[in-house]
Design a protein around this ligand. Structure first.
Ligand code: SF4
Length: 220
């Protein structure tokens, strides 16, 4: 597979480079869209969540935690992106994008406009028609933080049952996604899950155990 992070990628866009040289405006190729500030997790380190750093930063105090893009505005944005020729969109936080009530409609509209999709999610609501909407995304990344249920629950301010739900959602998504959709998990490394405290040390046996029992669903 060609390196998707090549620093030479920009040379695929000679027209855009010429426009920059001529000081002309053009539509962005890629947009990061944050449909809502609402989140169903409460990570202590997060500006958008209601974890234990709540009220500790100006940034957090200035955010309206229940904000979301109104449905009609989202439709307008997508139509504008389609008309302008935007090629790819990542849904991310803000809060948790899958709590956005119009997410499936928005995704389907983008597919009709041939816009490539990707998603950064905590995975809690990655099920049913929400998951299905992303089976043919370019990539999907689940913020996971720990392979240990109690550590995961403590870091994210939720119950341990959420850990098992997210793992089940990841497994289900891995089984049903299109082969070209790249699925990954990421860790925000802190004291509680640092290299010597959990993240990598825990993730490796997690991966190996899955590999032994028929294949790691994430990496094959
Ligand atoms: S899941 Fe993401 S948006 Fe939600 S509280 Fe955690 S880091 Fe913040």
């Amino acid at each position: 597979m060609a390196n998707p992070y090549s620093s030479l990628k920009i040379f695929h866009h000679r027209d855009a480079l010429d426009k920059i040289r001529r000081d002309e405006q053009f539509a962005p190729f890629y947009i990061r869209l944050k449909p809502t500030n609402i989140c169903n997790h409460h990570c202590s380190y997060c500006t958008y969540g209601s974890g234990d750093t709540h009220n500790k930063t100006d940034n957090r105090n200035n955010i309206r935690h229940t904000d979301m893009i109104p449905r009609e505005k989202m439709r307008e944005i997508i139509n504008d992106m389609g008309d302008m020729g935007v090629k790819a969109v990542t849904f991310s936080g803000g809060g948790e994008p899958l709590t956005y009530p119009h997410i499936v409609e928005a995704v389907n509209m983008m597919k009709e406009r041939s816009i490539d999709l990707s998603l950064i999610t905590n995975g809690q609501l990655l099920d049913g028609e929400r998951a299905e909407a992303f089976y043919n995304a370019k990539w999907l990344r689940v913020s996971f933080d720990s392979p240990n249920p109690s550590e995961y629950a403590a870091l994210r301010g939720i119950s341990e049952s959420s850990f098992h739900k997210v793992v089940a959602n990841i497994e289900n998504f891995a089984r049903k996604k299109e082969p070209d959709c790249v699925l990954g998990v990421n860790f925000v490394v802190g004291k509680a899950n640092s290299l010597w405290g959990g993240a990598v040390r825990g993730a490796v046996p997690w991966h190996i155990a899955r590999k032994r029992s028929g294949g790691c669903l994430l990496c094959g």
